[in-house]
Write a new protein. Structure first.
Length: 166
């Protein structure tokens, strides 16, 4: 059982210690600062990433709030546009109704004027026909009356007396 790995000799132990010391010195002198620098830069990168993530999260919250505000304003504008369009359509309908009423009143007035004119025209024609018929009847009566000479003289005499009295 004299295995040199299990029971090293003093010389082997000394050279192992010297080798370990040189390795430790090299690692402490050049390796350890590089490792610490890498760890420190890694820590700073992680902290920066966390800060950036926090900023991004805050920006997302702001963007969400801004988007919600824009959406709310868009809804308000849409409602205002709809209300305005509704009012405009109601106004147009009311104006059309008023114009139609004015036009209907004008047509009714024209019809009344035409009816009045036609009525007066018919009455005038009727009076003319009655006058013509009356003249024809009077003419026939007078001819019948005047065909007899003594009767005609008597009628003329009566008419002259009536004219003198008036």
């Amino acid at each position: 059982m004299n295995n040199p790995l299990i029971n090293p000799g003093i010389g082997t132990f000394f050279w192992m210690l010297v080798s370990f010391g040189i390795l430790a010195f090299i690692l402490i002198k050049w390796g350890w600062p590089a490792i610490l620098k890498a760890l420190h830069s890694r820590e700073e990168a992680i902290a920066a990433s966390l800060n950036e993530a926090a900023k991004a999260r805050e920006e997302m919250k702001n963007l969400v709030a801004h988007n919600e505000e824009l959406l709310r304003q868009a809804k308000i504008e849409r409602d205002e546009m709809l209300r305005s369009a509704r009012q405009t359509s109601e106004q147009i309908v009311e104006e059309a109704r008023a114009k139609a009423q004015v036009e209907a009143d004008r047509i009714v007035d024209n019809a009344r004027e035409n009816i009045t004119y036609e009525k007066l025209k018919a009455m005038h024609e009727l009076k003319n026909q009655i006058a013509n018929l009356s003249i024809e009847i009077a003419e026939k009566l007078i001819r019948a009356e005047l065909s007899d000479k003594p009767k005609a003289d008597l009628l003329i005499q009566k008419e002259l007396e009536l004219m003198q009295l008036n």
